[in-house]
Design a protein around this ligand. Structure first.
Ligand code: SF4
Ligand code: SF4
Length: 310
């Protein structure tokens, strides 16, 4: 192909509003530190997937499934350009996911958070990178290997995505048993032009509470690879913007698997429902009304002034 004609992810973010869409809770992985704790998850995901066509009522996570046309129309009807940041669960297990992204990316910018444990062949064949801001790939090392997948598989996949023109960002969760392997895997990816981002683990391991329990040696291994000042502070401190003006609710929304729309992941103020085609955005900027904020995306995109944190 003529190199000048090769399509790629956009160079600059171009959007009016952000939708953080928690698409589903179903997942092919079951990481021990997952925010959604369910030891039967892989089994439930597979059984529900198999049964869905026959008995739609069997839906253990109450995820409602939307069609590509309906979700495309929902955002188009707002007459704004959205940056739709999709996460899960694992988005690639959602029915017609590739078509959903294809439809959304006709007019809106899309980011996909994924463990890349499933096939990406159809995605690469059918979706143009022009309006795909990025793939945000999570390594989840121990669970990946428990699934019989390898670091080399992941490297091959991210190279294929990059060759197809997609921007790829990769993060590595600093789960205590995985920390020691980080430097070698970091170098392996660096040689291929990828810089891994470190993400601090929040939770309990062997009776110790993290991130507080990281010792100096562990921190030294990864702290320089936390990608930004906002991420660094959010990794180790509790942030609060209570009473500080925040444009979430006006310029940013959170959509949950049942279609309900709230101001952000922490403030559950009801702003409508995607399935009912209802969206009631704030007309004015309002103060933050909840005591804690872990929404680094909202902070980094300037919804709230990071300097005013409490
Ligand atoms: S890949 Fe993500 S959603 Fe799936 S189990 Fe792991 S942390 Fe949870
Ligand atoms: S500051 Fe954070 S928690 Fe508060 S409204 Fe904004 S995004 Fe939500």
């Amino acid at each position: 192909m003529d190199q000048d004609l090769k399509l790629s992810s956009p160079e600059k973010k171009d959007y009016d509003k952000i939708a953080m869409w928690l698409l589903n809770l179903e997942c092919n992985f079951k990481c021990p530190y997952c925010f959604f704790d369910d030891s039967q998850r892989s089994l439930k995901t597979r059984v529900a997937d198999w049964l869905r066509g026959k008995v739609p009522a069997i839906n253990p996570y109450k995820t409602r499934f939307i069609t590509p046309e309906k979700i495309g129309q929902f955002f188009d009807d707002t007459e704004k350009k959205w940056w739709v940041v999709i996460s899960g669960g694992e988005p690639f297990v959602y029915p017609r996911f590739v078509e959903i992204v294809k439809r959304l990316s006709q007019k809106h910018m899309v980011t996909i958070g994924t463990n890349l444990g499933l096939s990406i062949d159809k995605f690469i064949e059918e979706v143009s990178p022009e309006n795909i801001w990025s793939f945000y790939v999570s390594m989840h090392l121990a669970e990946r290997e428990r699934q019989g997948l390898t670091v080399d598989d992941l490297l091959e996949k991210v190279k294929r995505l990059r060759d197809a023109g997609f921007r790829v960002e990769i993060n590595y969760v600093m789960y205590p048993p995985d920390i020691k392997r980080f430097p070698a895997i970091f170098e392996q990816f660096k040689k291929e032009g990828f810089i891994l981002e470190a993400r601090a683990f929040r939770g309990t391991y062997e009776g110790k509470i993290y991130p507080k329990a990281y010792d100096e040696e562990e921190r030294k291994i990864f702290q320089d690879y936390i990608p930004s000042e906002v991420d660094r502070v959010a990794s180790f401190e509790s942030l609060s913007f209570m009473d500080v003006p925040c444009t979430a609710g006006k310029n940013l929304i959170r959509i949950r698997p049942d279609g309900s729309i709230t101001r952000c992941p922490h403030d559950r103020e009801n702003l409508g429902n995607m399935f009912e085609k209802k969206l009631n955005l704030h007309e004015k900027v309002k103060p933050c009304a909840v005591p804690y904020c872990k929404c680094t995306l909202a902070i980094k995109e300037g919804c709230v002034d990071f300097g005013k944190r409490k």
